[in-house]
Write a protein that binds this ligand. Sequence first.
Ligand code: LMR
Length: 395
Amino acid sequence: MFGSLKALPADPILGLLAKYRNDENPQKIDLGVGVYKDEAGHTAILDCVKAAEQHRFKTEDTKVYIGPTGSPLFNDEMSKLIFGDHKVLAENRARTVSTPGGTGALRVAAEFISACKTGATIWVSNPTWANHTGLFQASGLNVKTYPYYDYENKTLDFDGMLTALKQVGKDDVVLLHACCHNPSGMDLSREQWQQVVEVAKGVGFTPLIDMAYQGFGDGLDEDAYGLRLMAENVKQMLVCSSCSKNFGLYRERIGACTIIGESAASTDIANSVLLSVVRCIYSMPPAHGAAIVETILSSDELRQQWYGELKEMRDRINGNRKLLVDKLVEQGITRDFSFITRQKGMFSFLGITPEQVQRLQDEFSIYMVGSSRMSIAGIANSNVDYLAQSIAKVL
Ligand code: LMR
């Protein structure tokens, strides 16, 4: 049976990890996978996470099954983190399940959409996270794209985006990145969100908002602005969120999938379908990551500590954006890279060709995705001169 299989290429993002690890060049730089790194290039465990784990170690007294919904306390705390003081919570129109990471949340959402309408169409931004398309297609969805990033001018093709969204079907789903667009770093302004919300209301499509980087753009509430505005104005929507980046819980695999329905009663019906989807994929989510997050969010002290640690990560990434642009200027490069400072979150496209990306890898041991997506967190004071010199050489 296996004999008919053909080998597939390595994942364009995760495949870089192995290559980077095997590279013996002491000057190597990892700008590949979207993980936060400190000045020393290390992805440390947050202090608030360590404290929460110690607390759990002392107080946890069972490993019995948790159920398809996951931990109710985690779901409750996550809903508040996502929506704040929002009417959808007051109206009891949101249901959240814990999922294995943000990817698990997306897969649950995809299967849920498929249960609503077999072969439904989902529109994703061009470009979008490399895994979105495969993941949705694996659930039988029909994936189409709307214009998003203007590669030429390094900005948003907002007119193209709006024109396309006005033409999607009423029963279609539109995926929007809440903040820190992956891979472009190009986010919608508040005014642009308002216009997208108007189109969503007019057309009646269902928004699916992917929020994998809450807190990495401008702040926790600021990054949820568009999502909350959308939730205020549409009858139904889906939200997929992740605790991988903002809590640094990558390998614990913890995220959440939230559905919002028109009324409490109709959301309960939708939730029963959501739970059946979960049961058929992985039955129940892992508990450890959720336990850490709920411990942090339900303790004033740990929550404050987390705010501080998250701000430190955000500030370092924003500082790296300016640092790189300044160093490229210092190298005498005349091409304008200032757009990097106007983008948000973990990623930006450097805007070089795939051949130049390959040269950076082969000749300088600098790793980024073939599209020239850079994970800005991999930049440090200790490597930025070498990075800027190498970029100058391949340009
Ligand atoms: C990324 O885009 O690099 C991250 O979201 C990690 C992943 O799973 O691709």
